[in-house]
Write a protein that binds this ligand. Structure first.
Ligand code: SAM
Length: 229
């Protein structure tokens, strides 16, 4: 079935609000329901891409908690904490490591309007010592109950929505695609609209075909390529 104009408009409307300067990095968060809930919150606030370091190179799995958000928030997997941090620093992100120790700062006293990466740790052990050392700032969410910590996905949602709130107050939340470069916007809208063609182009090492205003592919493609979205 070809892409319907209504569907294309919906995809564009969501991408218009995406931000490439806010992200999360999760270190060894392995439970599918936690990772799924985190990606769903990323989608809700308008994050374009997320990052994960996976234990023993295990493939990440999601469950129904994600509600399909893994299709709309690309999760980049990294083999080590060092390589992920190097990449995020090179992209200009400030890394906020979540840490329950006494030297961390209350998250409400931080400014998340600049390029921000929240780094969250494993369900049982929290952030590793190695990761903790590499952070730009240690932050925590104050707790007033008997239990010492939040579920990791709840902590992620709390931080993401605080960052969104700050950006809304500052009037810098994108509404017309200004959260991404033009090239990135065109790349992602193609991948969202025609995932199968995008996968084929990647395999063939070809550039994505151009789309017209209605979201139709202008270029001629081989007949066996499925145009389903
Ligand atoms: N025993 C672990 C520790 O001491 O870090 C608890 C890990 S907690 C269940 C899992 C992750 O959720 C943490 O690494 C952190 O990323 C996040 N988290 C949970 N509660 C938090 C809080 N109050 N402030 C900031 N992050 C929190």
């Amino acid at each position: 079935m070809p892409l319907l104009p209504r569907r294309f408009e919906r995809l564009k409307a969501v991408l218009n609000c995406r931000m490439s300067d806010m992200t999360i990095l999760v270190e060894h968060v392995e439970k599918p329901h936690n990772l799924s809930a985190i990606l769903r919150s990323c989608d809700a606030v308008g994050i374009l891409e997320a990052h994960a370091i996976s234990q023993n190179g295990r493939t990440t799995t999601f469950n129904s908690t994600a509600q399909g958000s893994q299709k709309w928030v690309q999760l980049h997997q990294h083999p080590t904490i060092e390589s992920s941090i190097e990449l995020l620093h090179a992209k200009g992100f400030k890394l906020y490591g979540t840490n329950l120790n006494v030297n961390a700062i209350d998250y409400r006293n931080c400014d998340f309007t600049g390029p921000t990466a929240f780094v969250l740790g494993a369900e049982k052990w929290g952030l590793s010592k190695k990761a903790t050392k590499l952070m730009d700032k240690a932050i925590f969410i104050p707790m007033r109950g008997m239990v010492q910590s939040l579920n990791v996905s709840v902590a992620a949602a709390t931080l993401l929505f605080e960052a969104l709130r700050q950006r809304e107050s500052a009037g810098i939340v994108p509404q017309n695609g200004e959260g991404l470069s033009k090239e990135l916007f065109e790349k992602v809208i193609f991948e969202w609209s025609y995932p199968q063609v995008a996968a084929w182009c990647k395999l063939q090492e070809r550039q994505y075909p151009k789309l017209n205003r209605e979201g139709e592919i202008i270029d001629k493609l081989p007949r066996d390529i499925k145009l389903r979205y």
